[in-house]
Design a protein around this ligand. Structure first.
Ligand SMILES: Cc1ncc(COP(=O)(O)O)c(C=O)c1O
Length: 362
């Protein structure tokens, strides 16, 4: 039997998402995949441990009722946004929110709009679902270009703050896009908890807006997979219809509830990350031949004047210092390294390593 003939045709040209390196063994400083530097706090870990009991024999609540209720009534209480639990969709990470948007809105051949550079999954999912892609290049300074405001299509993805540069786009621009775009606008706010900006308040004004969020980054739960979306009830209803029945597992729901209850402690930790982001940015900006882009996220993007030197830093950090940072071998990004903000101790080691390497190359 020729299996090749059985695979879906568009898989012939499909390229899978390339995740950042997850190294084997100990001793690495991992600043390459934007995980939260801090482990979950003991209270959250205890709640997870206590939940590992005979209940895992049973299926979880397929509607994640309790978490949805707490998201609107507690977590987002201070935000000027939707308040009905039926405006919340719960998923196995923000990635599943994105996938579900495709399932609900994108027929093969429909046009999907997103920006470059940005998070790679928009393109991966567009290819998987056979969508036509309109990839709009961001301006040199990573701001939105004019075509963002005139584009047509079924779904547009905006990542704010944007990965890999870390800057938010601002609500005035996003609202203008929502008014001009004839389809659905998804604002991926994976990193918004490290920023002072959010599009949540636009949900009351824009019926075509979906805001996608996650507990992976600001709540240190990347491995447990818990994401959610807020949008108009009709959209959420349709998303719930197509999701797999038990897409959000019991332990993830328990952990999410615990994070919401302990949110103030977690927000304090995130403040430290924001302070460290500022400190690292200031330190690195003292070097000649590089500049750090302004960031609202838990990572920074460093621009090097020289591509060869960029790669030397990447290599020496990894091979000599066991520090992983992210380089994208993609158009326009060869001269950049993206660095996640680590624990204070890790950041100090990173800055020490950077100084040593810089004394050779900068
Ligand atoms: C912009 C963006 N969106 C979504 C995700 C995926 O998030 P999750 O872990 O919630 O699936 C990531 C992960 O790095 C990301 O950078």
């Amino acid at each position: 039997m020729d299996l090749d003939k059985l695979f879906r045709k568009n898989l012939k040209t499909f390229s899978a998402y390339e995740p950042g390196e997850q190294p084997q063994g100990d001793g690495w400083i991992k600043l390459n995949t934007n995980e939260n530097a801090y482990p979950p706090i003991p209270e959250v870990l205890n709640d997870i441990k206590n939940a590992v009991d005979s209940k895992i024999r049973k299926y979880p609540d397929p509607t994640a009722f309790e978490v949805r209720k707490l998201i609107v009534s507690v977590l987002l209480r201070e935000q000027d946004t939707l308040t009905d639990r039926n405006t919340v969709f719960v998923a196995n990470g923000c990635d599943e929110v994105l996938d579900t948007v495709f399932k609900v809105f994108v027929d093969p051949g429909d046009e999907v709009v997103f920006f470059y550079p940005s998070y790679g999954m928009y393109d991966v999912l567009a290819s998987l679902y056979g969508a036509k892609v309109n990839e709009i290049k961001l301006n040199e300074d990573f701001s939105l270009p004019e075509p963002a405001f005139t584009a047509k299509g079924k779904v547009m993805f905006i990542n704010s703050p944007n990965n890999p540069n870390g800057k938010s786009f601002g609500n005035a621009a996003i609202l203008k896009i929502c008014s001009n775009f004839p389809g659905i606008v998804v604002v991926d706010e994976t990193y918004a908890d490290f920023s002072t900006q959010s599009s949540l308040s636009l949900l009351k004004k824009a019926k075509n807006l979906i805001v996608a969020r996650t507990f992976s980054k600001s709540f240190s739960l990347a491995s447990l997979r818990f994401g959610y979306a807020l949008a108009n009830k009709d959209i959420i209803n349709e998303m719930n219809k197509v999701k797999l029945p038990y897409n959000s597992n019991y332990l993830a729901q328990v952990a999410a509830i615990s994070c919401i209850k302990n949110r103030e402690r977690l927000q304090q930790q995130n403040k430290k990350i924001i302070e460290q982001r500022q400190l690292i940015t200031e330190e690195l900006n003292k070097y000649p031949g590089i500049s750090v882009l302004p960031s609202d996220a838990n990572f920074i993007l460093i621009k090097f004047d020289d591509k060869a030197i960029t790669l030397k830093f990447l290599w020496d950090l990894r091979e000599k210092k066991k520090i992983l940072v992210r380089h994208f071998s993609k158009a326009g990004l060869y001269n950049y390294l993206r660095v996640s903000i680590g624990l204070e101790e890790e950041n100090r080691k990173f800055l020490d390593a950077f100084r040593e390497i810089a004394s050779q190359y900068l």
